[in-house]
Design a protein around this ligand. Structure first.
Ligand code: ZN
Length: 308
């Protein structure tokens, strides 16, 4: 165990007036900058919680506060679901929440109220069964000054790719996220997409820890940062399973493909025929499913269409 001093705080949310639910927050360090690392808005995603003790053990904190929330949606984590089991809501689509709503809305309101005082909020998510690098999500529908600052902190965090999320250009299904709500009140916030605990490798774990370390240093000493750092900014172009069956990947992450190139095959259940799955755009492979069983229409690979 680490010797670092860890203070604990509980956010308590009343549940139906009959019981209450407690979100654990672990805090280290003091003063500015204030950074929050949150995981588990979707309870079945656990990589962020796995990375927190590593971060705590390895961060060199000269000045600043880091708060960790390993499981932001406790009942969904307990039942291993994406939605909050009590009310079937996707917690990351209803921010800033409502103190008088059902559990998810109250949980969102409590998290939002706590996180609004931070300088930077990092919200970790996981794509199940996907082989993928560390991806920073750049929410682009914000005023220009904030947008520049957000891109600056994202580059300091140094993910393998920056995925530009433009909810006005078709990605409206992502509205109501924690990140969007925080950015609307001027808090710098971004999501990080990480592989599953079973898939994440040591390089990626190191990259994450180094990213947070670098972010803190840049916030303390902005003039020290090399703004010339080149990180590909991408839009996502998914390829979907054409049938139900077994998906077998034919490409690996970072490999560059042409539009229409084969990224994998599906051995379907209608006579065990083999079908090809093709890239829907040109660019590097940023996500690809491990060999696994899929249903028709499921996302099996994503190419990063380079936008900047
Ligand atoms: Zn998620």
């Amino acid at each position: 165990m680490t010797k670092r001093i860890l203070r604990q705080k509980n956010l308590t949310i009343e549940n139906n007036g009959l019981s209450s639910l407690s979100v654990n927050v672990f805090i280290t360090g003091q003063g500015s900058p204030k950074i929050a690392v949150i995981n588990g808005l979707h309870g079945l995603e656990r990589t962020g919680a796995y990375l927190m003790p590593k971060l705590l053990g390895e961060l060199k904190l000269k000045s600043g506060t880091v708060a960790f929330i390993p499981f932001a949606n406790p009942s969904s984590a307990e039942r291993n679901t994406r939605l909050t089991p009590e009310d079937n809501q996707d917690l990351n689509r209803i921010f800033p929440g409502n103190k008088n709503g059902t559990l998810s809305f109250r949980l969102a309101a409590a998290l939002f109220d706590y996180l609004k005082d931070f300088d930077v909020v990092i919200d970790i998510h996981t794509f199940p069964k996907m082989d993928m690098p560390i991806i920073g999500v750049f929410f682009a529908n914000i005023e220009n000054g904030l947008r520049q600052k957000l891109l600056y902190v994202l580059k300091a965090f140094n993910p393998d790719f920056i995925w530009k999320l433009d909810i006005e250009k078709g990605e409206t299904a992502k509205a109501g996220s924690l990140i969007e709500a925080l950015l609307k009140i001027g808090v710098l916030a971004f999501s990080v997409e990480t592989p599953d605990v079973e898939i994440i490798n040591e390089n990626q774990e190191r990259r994450f820890v180094k990213g947070v370390q670098n972010l803190i240093e840049v916030l303390l000493k902005p003039e020290s940062f090399n703004t010339q750092r080149k990180i590909l900014i991408i839009a996502r172009q998914p390829s979907l399973a054409t049938s139900t069956g077994f998906f077998v990947p034919k490409k690996t992450i970072f490999q560059k493909v042409k539009k229409g190139e084969v990224v994998g095959k599906i051995i379907n259940l209608n006579g065990f025929e083999t079908e090809t799955v093709r890239a829907t755009a040109a660019g590097p492979i940023v996500f690809i499913l491990k060999k696994t069983f899929v249903f028709t229409g499921e996302r099996v690979a994503i190419v990063g269409n380079i936008v900047e």
